[in-house]
Write a protein that binds this ligand. Structure first.
Ligand code: PEP
Ligand code: MG
Length: 763
């Protein structure tokens, strides 16, 4: 793109127009007066006969200021979004440039405005933050198409106009002066998504990637702004390149596809040309980014295709990066600060991003995407942070600092709740507290069913913050200690002494209760900020967990050494994740034996009892139970992975999450097979996927014969309550015929719920 010299910019009518708008924006006038002045400035600068501003009022557009149409029409003329040329511009969020307005099929004329005398029409949408606030129109008596420079000037003016309208409203005064027209979402709204992590939270909205509003919008020196923009583009590209090349994997989503589309946008010529043009029209670099972003947002929000909509967010992120860099911020990742009672809103978050936040202040999370068994979800459950996911378009409805209620029981989010909403919510918080009290009373009871089956209820843990939960809920031990969490929250690989320290603390917190440590389960969506990610087409079934451990035996042996040191003189349980064939387990066991031999050679103390188990997470291993039980001391069913592979439904992909159902007869039949085979091999078996912590699923697992369930801390109370009221034999009688391979039943969820209702089992 050719950028004209600064000399030609000085005499540019666009720049003169901007100067006049700048004076107007700086004035102390109320919003109506400013709108009235605005239309006058546009009319005289662009030498047009009419300039009008229409603003959205619900599903209509109201004429709010005009120069050239009848003043009596102001605040009386309203158009539907499907009505007339103005409606056309608003609906499509696209400009309309016509020589002869009356010839357009959408033309409809409003007698009260007196517009019949005009021919040319140029209408541009007033876009801000993806919302269409209204339309700015100029009209002329002469039939002509408006030139490129005129169009550009009007688009720039529209960006500034949107800002005037919204900023004024933010300051609190616009509503009265604009007769109730609301430009930003201000009312109470409830958006329903899915409950991914239980709990109720009240707090204030924090946007994970805050939209940065363009502070100073009009440039005082266009050449300087071009230079700032070019610099910001270079910086943004560098950060995106670094991300794609893996140096900043912790910055965002792990998937290669997203990284690549970032890169594609970062180098998109059209986008960059639009940015330069916007600066050339007299805007600051920030305002240019804002303007081009708004144009994209409004267009892409209309896209039905979720893929396209997802790309919109990529563009948003890039625009945010540019604005942050223009504001002098470093684009490197770092510890993220939060205000008190923060509810974080994002499109999606990775587990490391959640752990990056100060969890004392993080009270809830709301995602447009997310999935029930994603690791980010598991982290929320572990930390007791309610999470609502699949909250469609919520980022377009929420503003930073809005008051929020997160309902992780029902999967709903109230934005700017009314006092009644808050009262109702607080009643539920009270009921929950009573339930917690009831669970508290059961804390010292064993989970024994009415027909005398004892179930051991264990915790899933991984961080120091999880350990107090052991006593708080009266768990029988730690059934799954996810050791990779420590690696994920560190800025570098934890030293041996740091690993030993954490494992010792876990053993100490458990006392004489068992703790089962799982060796590093990295890969998939668990990425270390300091390690080079390996680009893979299918990371969930790629190079992860024990596969990495066996290919990088140094790292695994280092961890096994730490575990053996921590467990010296104690009862130590270690298990290996994602084993698909027996020989992988044997190879891992050999590495452990080498570490044992090393300690013996050095005269160190060994654990007084060592048990080595296997995680059953691949369907293949379910058909090698007899073989694996000859080598492993225990089996732990990682139902999250097992079921994702069993249903071939990515646990992180919301589009296929519906397929993933632990109460489908096929899943129950697989689980029954595992329970039976382990029993036949006389090998202890535990279920440690998320299903173990859900009362409905947990009672079914018990009915199938599982006696050990490991779950998030929030699951223990509700699961214990359900088990205490359960006749497991009765439920088994209901389930067994239905899970025979001849069954064509869909999910048994409804049938199990009905059983619980009849039997008085609280689920
Ligand atoms: C599982 O897959 O069920 C499991 C417990 O492991 P993770 O969720 O950590 O992959
Ligand atoms: Mg797993």
């Amino acid at each position: 793109m050719k950028i004209p010299s600064p000399i030609s910019i000085k005499s540019d009518p666009g720049v003169i127009l901007l100067k006049r708008i700048r004076a107007l924006m700086a004035s102390e006038d109320g919003v109506q007066a400013r709108l009235d002045n605005f239309v006058k400035v546009i009319s005289s600068s662009m030498k047009v006969n009419v300039t009008s501003i229409y603003l959205r009022a619900g599903d209509e557009l109201e004429l709010c200021a005009t120069k050239g149409l009848k003043q009596t029409a102001v605040h009386t003329t309203r158009l539907g979004l499907n009505e007339g040329l103005v409606g056309n511009v608003a609906r499509r969020a696209r400009l309309l440039n016509l020589a002869e307005a009356a010839e357009h099929p959408d033309f409809s004329f409003k007698a009260e405005t007196g517009e019949q005398r005009f021919h040319s029409f140029l209408g541009v949408p007033l876009l801000r933050g993806g919302r269409n606030l209204g339309v700015l129109v100029v009209q002329g008596r002469r039939a002509r198409i408006y030139g490129e420079a005129e169009v550009e000037n009007l688009l720039t003016a529209a960006t500034l106009l949107a800002e005037i309208a919204v900023e004024d409203e933010r300051a609190g005064g616009a509503e009265a002066r604009l007769k109730g027209i609301r430009l930003t979402p201000t009312g109470a709204e409830t958006i329903t998504g899915q409950a991914f992590a239980d709990g109720l939270a009240q707090g204030r909205a924090v946007l994970h990637l805050p939209p940065v509003t363009a502070g100073h919008m009009i440039a005082s020196n266009t050449a300087e702004e071009q230079a700032r923009l070019s610099k910001a583009i270079r910086k943004m590209r560098r950060s995106v390149d670094a991300m794609v090349n893996g140096e900043m994997a912790s910055m965002g989503a792990a998937s290669k596809e997203i990284f690549e589309s970032y890169r594609m946008f970062a180098y998109d010529r059209q986008w960059l040309d639009r940015l330069h043009e916007a600066v050339h029209s007299g805007l600051t670099a920030e305002a240019a980014v804002e303007r081009v972003r708004n144009e994209h947002r409004a267009r892409m929000l209309k896209a039905r295709d979720p893929y396209l909509r997802a790309r919109l967010h990529d563009l948003e992120d890039l625009a945010n990066r540019m604005l942050r860099s223009l504001g002098g911020e470093d684009l490197d990742p770092g510890q993220r600060q939060l205000p008190d009672n923060a509810i974080v809103f994002a499109r999606n978050l990775g587990p490391a991003e959640i752990l990056d936040y100060d969890h004392d202040k993080l009270k809830g999370i709301v995602l447009e995407e997310g999935a029930a068994t994603a690791h980010a979800t598991i982290i929320c459950r572990t930390l007791g942070i309610p999470l609502v996911g699949l909250a469609d378009s919520i980022l377009d409805r929420v503003e930073a600092d809005d008051e929020i209620l997160v309902d992780g029981e029902l999967g709903a989010v109230s934005i700017r709740p009314t006092p009644e909403d808050i009262n109702e919510f607080l009643v539920r918080v009270g009921i929950r507290a009573q339930l917690d009290l009831a669970f508290e009373k059961q804390r010292y009871l064993k989970a024994v069913t009415k027909d005398e089956k004892t179930v051991s209820l264990l915790l899933n843990a991984g961080l120091l913050v999880d350990l107090p939960g052991l006593n708080a809920v009266g768990a029988d031990g730690i059934g799954l200690f996810r050791t990779e969490f420590q690696f994920m929250v560190s800025q570098r690989m934890p030293h041996l002494s740091e690993q030993v320290d954490l494992y010792k603390r876990a053993l100490k917190a458990a006392g004489d209760r068992p703790v089962t440590f799982r060796t590093l389960d990295l890969g998939g969506d668990k990425i270390l900020p300091y390690a080079d990610p390996v680009p893979e087409e299918n990371p969930a079934i790629g190079w992860r967990a024990i596969r990495i451990g066996l290919d990088r035996p140094g790292m695994l042996r280092y961890q096994l050494r730490a575990l053996l040191q921590a467990g010296a003189g104690q009862h130590l349980r270690i298990m290996f994740p994602m084993v698909a064939i027996v020989s992988e387990f044997q190879a891992a066991r050999t590495l452990l034996d080498k570490e044992i031999a090393r300690i013996e050679k050095l005269g160190g103390e060994l654990p007084k009892k060592l048990e080595v188990g296997v995680m059953l997470e691949t369907p293949a291993l379910a058909w090698q139970i007899d073989a694996i039980c000859k080598h492993a001391d225990f089996v732990s069913v990682g139902a999250n992975d097992l079921l994702q592979f069993f249903f071939a439904a990515d646990r992180d992909n919301p589009r296929v999450a519906g397929l993933y159902d632990g109460l489908h007869p096929a899943a129950l039949s697989l689980l029954a097979h595992i329970a039976d085979r382990c029993k036949a091999a006389n090998t202890q078996v535990t279920v440690c996927g998320e299903i173990a912590g859900k009362p409905l699923e947990a009672i079914c697992l018990t009915a199938l014969g599982f006696e050990n369930l490991s779950m998030p801390v929030t699951g223990v109370g509700p699961v214990k309550s359900a088990l205490l009221a359960l006749d497991a034999g009765k439920l088994a009688k209901l389930l067994k015929p239905k899970i025979a391979s001849a069954s064509d039943a869909n999910s048994l969820r409804a049938a199990v719920k009905e059983f619980c209702e009849k039997e008085g089992v609280p689920v």
